[in-house]
Design a protein around this ligand. Structure first.
Ligand SMILES: [Zn+2]
Ligand SMILES: [Zn+2]
Length: 255
């Protein structure tokens, strides 16, 4: 599996873009960076967008994507998929016609640009050779990470935003995660704030990794706040964990 990093930051600033990960050009995980990165021909290839939660830095590409697709020679509906409270909030707060047109009914409900689709936590959906399953994580709003397995049994898990969690790892159980993309937003001294806001620090990351039954081959960090990036990088190195790395915009992760 090839995962292109469109954005991996916990904020938007010049040189820092909110999270979006594109699997083999077709399936997107979170929509923090989208129309500002990809040309229309690439946007047209994306058929499914999995959303971890409704915080703006994870969904803000959706309204602009719909607007761009409206004026292209589109052949498919783009499906926005998430756990039920996430889909409900997008329907109620983003595509309700008050801040942006309702693209689930434009130009008409039959040929609409977007389709919203609910996926229960723990239930899998098969898209091509990929089996994709949401697992709830710990964040102040309903949120789920996604476990993705390809036809060869290779797996990655993208947490989206999460604080410390036991339940997520228990539910994933003994399944080997080959590549883990996990939240580390704040430095160690902000542990209390990180826990309160549903995020991790390098030290908290170490504790999470010990909860996973089989150690991932590679661990990548998503969502670091740019203001603390240097400190986070140093503190990650001090963990002395093998195969932990920060992500770079535009790079590709191979699973
Ligand atoms: Zn969040
Ligand atoms: Zn976020």
């Amino acid at each position: 599996m090839k995962i292109k990093v469109l954005g991996s930051s916990g904020a938007e600033l010049p040189g820092h873009r909110p999270p979006s990960y594109l699997l083999n050009g077709k399936i997107l995980f979170d929509a923090g960076s989208l129309t500002n990165i990809l040309p229309t021909k690439d946007l047209l290839k994306i058929e499914h967008i999995f959303i971890t939660h409704t915080h703006l830095d994870h969904i803000m590409g959706i309204p602009f994507l719909a607007d761009n697709l409206m004026f292209s020679k589109r052949r498919h509906k783009t499906k926005i998929i998430g756990i039920p409270p996430v889909i409900e909030a997008i329907r109620r707060s983003v595509l309700d016609g008050s801040i942006w047109p309702d693209f689930t009914a434009i130009p008409n409900t039959h040929e609409a640009i977007l389709e919203l689709k609910e996926l229960e936590p723990g239930r899998s959906i098969k898209i091509g050779v990929y089996m994709i399953t949401p697992y709830e994580v710990n964040h102040p709003v309903p949120a789920a990470g996604y476990l993705v397995e390809d036809g060869r049994g290779r797996r990655f898990f993208y947490t989206g935003d999460t604080g410390p969690t036991d339940a997520t790892w228990e539910q994933i159980g003994g399944k080997q995660i080959h590549c883990l993309i996990i939240d580390v937003s704040f430095p160690n001294r902000m542990e209390e704030f990180a826990i309160k806001t549903g995020h991790l620090t390098p030290q908290l990351l170490k504790k999470e990794i010990l909860k996973i039954k089989s150690l991932p081959e590679k661990i990548y960090i998503t969502h670091p706040k740019p203001q603390y990036l240097k400190t986070i990088k140093t503190q990650l190195q001090h963990l002395k964990l093998r195969n932990v790395g920060l992500l770079r915009n535009g790079s590709t992760v191979i699973v």
